[in-house]
Ligand binder design. Sequence first.
Ligand code: GLY
Ligand code: MN
Ligand code: MN
Length: 436
Amino acid sequence: MTTPAEYQQRRERLMAKIGGGTAIFRSAPMAVMHNDVEYSYRQDSDFFYLTGFNEPNAVAVLAPHQEEHKFVLFVQPKDPEKETWTGYRVGVDDAKTVYGAHEAYSIDELDEKLPQYLQKADRIYYRLGRDKKFNETVLNHWQKLMRVYPKHGTGPIAIQDAGTLLHPLRLVKSESELELMRKAAQISVEAHERAREFARPGQYEYQVQAELEYLFQQHGGTPAYPSIVASGKNACILHYIENDRRMEDGDLLLIDAGCSYGYYNADITRTFPINGKFSREQKTIYELVLTAQIAAIAQVKPGNPYKQFHETAVRVLVEGLMDLGLLQGDIEEIIKEEKYKPFYMHRTGHWLGLDVHDVGVYQWGEEPQLLQPGQVLTVEPGIYIAPDIKPVEGQPEVDARWRGIGVRIEDDVLVTPDGCEVLTAGVPKSVEAMER
Ligand code: GLY
Ligand code: MN
Ligand code: MN
């Protein structure tokens, strides 16, 4: 549980970086499913991180230079008639008493009230977002202030992406965030276990998806992203989400699914033989990916450059593919010129948190981003041998027996002071455990 005190602490940490500026955050818009039906509401992660406030049509302002109103919320006003149709609203009063705003207004008053929080700011911090109309609102207010700048000699002379200040904070998770991430991981672990026990030749992929997502929902979670349940050659399509194929005897099944719990996400992939026994080729590729994943996880420790675990995974995969005769030549050249890409075309991981592909910089120009305790990332190498795979020039044709095999293994890993902890270690991944 994230307490009001923690939200306040996050705002204070951000305000310490804002200095004489004013930061503006916009809630996520409602997303349309079709016609006038909308998806369940999902707050913008920056907005949620700073406020815990979970409604659309809201604006949060952080203005540390203000005497009293350093944190201001603009929210949808209470309206019993509208609430009957579209759901409960916190309202202006509780925005202060429950969410800790020093001042709160109806969102209808935004244009009138916002300028007073910008006039004395030396800079506006705002991340251009999905809400184009609101982007324009911010730019219009800025333009008006710039018009009177010569008269006063004060006002925001620049707009800077708020993410440049906020996202480094989001990158390192607090204890309460980790508690939610562990819970999301644990639910996802159980769901993967359930799905693997359930899956049999003759079923449809969506039936396995239903088993997984049943467990998410049973625990108060939702899918963190569209679940990928990819049998046979579908496993070679990275974001396969149709999940409508009948699974055949002899197929591998790749399941990439994770639960979102309290807005925090897990992201797990396992690949196993649906009939309980790997073929020789499937097993060979599986073992190679597993070896690469374990070697990559061993590189997740404080002080190591972010890219190191990816480079380790690539090297292990390339060595293995060379041993199998699927790649040939000079290993350094294969790696440097990325000749392995027909088999392995994505990065080995990403930050994980409130967003599945979480915010945070991976590399500072030539400077590496160094891992530090509290960061969470995925480690997810794979090999994908599409039926129509086209090796790069000079590389051998791929023998038919390998074609159609796709394997990925993905875990969520927390950087700890002395190494790392695999949050999703509860789903087994040894060859023996994948068979039955
Ligand atoms: N499930 C999306 C990913 O692994 O990045
Ligand atoms: Mn994934
Ligand atoms: Mn992932």
